[in-house]
Design a protein around this ligand. Structure first.
Ligand code: PAF
Length: 326
């Protein structure tokens, strides 16, 4: 690609469509200009029977607002942007069913946790303008109809496919109209890896130990495995095309975030508690797969992945156990 490539404006009618009306989708919808945002229903099971979705958004400063976001009908004009805020494991299927209705020039921004789902989407639709976001905004839904912006963060956006590069600045400007902090990122895979490293060292431990982020740090199970985990991650990072990190630096980064978010329920523990499929396959499972591809031994990542999957399978089978002895 030429370094002098023209920057392009967004196509379409100015509307930002959001596929995935979970906490992150509701967070962005609540902050974006109200007349410029709409949810795109998934086909089939969760197609809404009302024409809008209403909820209360509690902002970080304690203020709250009532939000009412329309659902787009299937015969829509071209939206200017499609934000994809589905869970990592649902994303490919949700897009398979919806993208035939979306003009091929509409840029997609993928907000999934972990890694693996972004590459799968970019490989499936290599000609579409596809971007990925890495965000530290925290949101949760303690009960239906209530979305809480739990922690102010920042969002980095980068292009995954060639046709997305000229649109990057316009995408960042459109998302910054929310008032949230948005940056463009030239090395989005590196940014995703940096976040993956943190999630790999916190999420599975919280899900297995059934505890908040800060409580993992003094737990025997965490102390037994964290150095092995960091050594595996460091070896995989070296083999990937990304910035190498020493195992001690990885541990320090993980523990800094665990301390800073000590009172948080991680997204993975939240999924477990609500009986949802976790994103373990896109976090420790992804690192384990990359390690195996490079011929690197990854027993701790494999063990954490298996443990979390066993817990989810146990919960689905109706087990009353909500905590396994590590
Ligand atoms: O997935 C999460 O919950 C968050 O990314 C993190 C950093 C672990 C904080 O809770």
């Amino acid at each position: 690609m030429s370094g002098r490539e023209e920057k392009q404006p967004l196509p379409g009618n100015g509307v930002i469509a959001i596929l995935g009306a979970g906490s992150l989708g509701q967070l962005w919808a609540g902050y974006l200009p109200a007349d410029k945002v709409a949810f795109l229903p998934r086909k089939g099971s969760d197609a809404p029977d009302r024409d809008s979705l209403s909820y209360r958004l509690e902002r970080v400063d304690g203020s709250a607002l009532s939000v009412k976001i329309p659902w787009l009908s299937s015969s829509i004009d071209q939206p200017s942007l499609l934000l994809v805020t589905t869970k990592a494991g649902d994303t490919l299927r949700a897009l398979e069913s919806r993208l035939p209705d979306i003009p091929s020039g509409t840029p997609l921004v993928l907000f999934q946790n972990g890694m693996g789902s972004q590459q799968a989407v970019a490989e499936r639709w290599p000609r579409r303008p596809i971007l990925a976001a890495s965000t530290t905004e925290g949101a949760n839904r303690p009960e239906p109809g209530q979305t809480v912006h739990a922690g102010r963060g920042e969002t980095w956006i980068g292009a995954l496919t060639d046709s997305a590069r000229p649109l990057l600045d316009a995408v960042v400007r459109a998302l910054a109209s929310s008032g949230l902090t948005v940056h463009s990122e030239a090395s989005i895979y590196q940014r995703l890896w940096n976040k993956l490293v943190i999630n790999a060292g916190i999420n599975a431990f919280t899900a297995i130990l059934n505890c908040r982020n800060g409580d993992i740090l003094n737990h025997r199970f965490y102390l037994e495995h964290i150095d092995g985990l960091c050594a595996e991650i460091a070896a995989v990072l070296c083999a990937e095309d990304c910035q190498p990190l020493a195992p001690d630096t990885i541990r320090e980064r993980i523990e800094t975030v665990a301390r800073r978010t000590a009172q948080n329920t991680s997204s993975m523990l939240g999924d477990r508690q609500q009986g949802r499929t976790t994103e373990i396959e896109f976090i420790n499972g992804y690192i384990a797969r990359r390690g195996q591809d490079h011929g690197i031994e990854v027993p701790v990542n494999q063990m954490l992945t298996e443990r979390v999957k066993q817990l989810s399978a146990g919960a689905k089978a109706g087990s009353s156990t909500n905590h396994i002895k590590p």
